[in-house]
Design a protein. Structure first.
Length: 451
């Protein structure tokens, strides 16, 4: 059997495994009946999408997304708390030439967060207002909707791509996160631009330099780019043949070299600046120690924080946790993935006096919406007769890597932000499968009725 045949079998096996894993997670989704709240709404959107024809859809979807997000800023007055408040306060100090925040324990431990501080400070220098930061977030997340549409258009029919973008535009959780001042928005957009360029441009050295720089910029805000880099490397390696192996190895080397040089250059520039700190994680064991907590299902908790940061040997502390709890790890891994992929949390308080009944309805509607997306995602993962598009394969590889990474490190439903975006990118498979099935039975019925 040829090497490429082995590779195809391995890919198929991984796709089946991913399908089975998410099928298992479906049984642990919360409030399953909330799906009934969402179905009429989704069917209405689908029918509206089929009926209304819009010429410049890219502009339309951007304006619609931006309007929804800006309106939400003023309706949902979200209090800035926790890490986000720490980074916002640091940004305000920076524009006032006060660098004392660098000595804050938080930034001493996690100095990579200073990248987001610098970004927010640059924006606050233009207009010193949190509303302005939220509006910028709204523009960025509206562009995310646009790129979900553009990527989907490359993978599926125009009508399907439009429907997918409409599904995402109305998903409440990312709309809410606009007001949280999270550092996830811009990195997510840069990842989407990278995927888009891979699909629309010829794969050459220049392209991989551009993608490496985009992911390097994303890494300044949130240290997740290495997952995408690894996904790209695997994606290239499974495409390798005797004819293209030189160009593929060259692209991988260019990607890694450019990325590492850029990331280290930016970190060095910050270090030689008055801030005198590097964009590094000075507590590399913390995420793992917290993420392997059986008692708290791998989520952040103050008990672990106190114990970890008071320890003189953190590596030994982590090894003790692994050795003592290794029999509990399989169940812990399942609990963590359920929390990450199937739940949303609104633990950051909304400060306006929203009607409690309406608020509870919105929470249930949002959970039902997510449950539906998971079902559509699982249908998309099901191995059909059709050949897997290589671009869809890239997205599946990245999703699989994220799944593996979050088995080990701290999780929160908020961390699924980029994961949900990637899920939406392949929803077109399920939508077209369902549409084809409906059309098949419709034509069968019409044929019988005309006989």
């Amino acid at each position: 059997m040829k090497r490429c045949d082995y590779m195809k079998k391995l890919i198929s096996l991984c796709e089946v495994l991913l399908f089975l894993i998410f099928l298992l997670l479906l049984f642990f989704t919360k409030e399953k009946l909330t799906l009934l709240l969402v179905l009429p709404f989704i069917i209405g959107i689908y029918l509206l999408n089929k009926k209304i024809k819009i010429k410049n859809y890219t502009l339309f979807i951007f304006i619609l997304a931006l309007l929804i997000r800006i309106i939400s800023i003023f309706i949902l007055k979200v209090e800035i708390v926790d890490d986000f408040k720490t980074m916002l306060d640091a940004s305000r100090s920076l524009i006032n030439n006060n660098l004392s925040f660098v000595n804050n324990v938080y930034f001493k431990n996690f100095s990579y967060q200073i990248g987001h501080v610098l970004y927010q400070a640059a924006l606050l220098k233009i207009i010193n207002s949190t509303i302005f930061l939220k509006i910028i977030n709204s523009i960025i997340t509206s562009l995310i909707v646009v790129f979900i549409y553009l990527i989907s258009k490359k993978l599926f029919k125009e009508e399907t791509a439009r429907f997918v973008s409409l599904l995402y535009i109305l998903y409440l959780y990312p709309i809410y996160l606009n007001s949280v001042l999270t550092n996830q928005h811009l990195p997510a957009l840069l990842v989407l631009i990278s995927i888009y360029l891979l699909m629309y441009k010829e794969n050459n050295t220049k392209l991989y330099i551009i993608i490496a720089l985009l992911l390097g910029i994303a890494n300044i805000f949130r240290t997740e780019s290495i997952v995408i880099i690894l996904g790209l490397i695997i994606y290239n390696l499974i495409s390798i043949t005797k004819k293209n192996y030189k160009s593929i190895i060259k692209n991988i080397v260019v990607l890694l070299t450019t990325y590492l040089i850029f990331v280290n250059l930016i970190s060095t520039l910050v270090y030689i600046s008055p801030l005198k700190t590097k964009l590094t994680n000075n507590e590399p064991y913390w995420k793992f120690y917290c993420g392997l907590s059986d008692k708290y299902n791998g989520t952040y908790n103050e008990e672990d924080q106190t114990k970890y940061f008071n320890s003189s040997n953190k590596k030994e502390l982590l090894l003790d946790r692994v050795n003592n709890d290794k029999t509990k790890l399989p169940v812990l891994f399942l609990k963590k993935e359920v929390i990450l992929w199937t739940q949303t949390n609104y633990d950051l308080r909304i400060t306006n006096n929203i009607n409690s009944n309406l608020y509870n309805f919105l929470l249930k509607f949002n959970q039902g919406y997510l449950n539906l997306i998971i079902i559509l995602f699982i249908i998309s993962l099901f191995k059909g007769k059709e050949e897997t598009n290589k671009n869809i394969l890239l997205i599946k590889i990245i999703l699989g890597l994220y799944f593996g990474v979050y088995l080990l490190i701290e999780i929160s439903p908020r961390y699924a932000y980029i994961l949900h975006i990637l899920m939406f990118l392949i929803l077109g498979i399920s939508i077209e499968r369902i549409t084809n099935l409906i059309n098949k039975y419709k034509n069968k019925y019409l044929y019988r009725s005309t006989k």
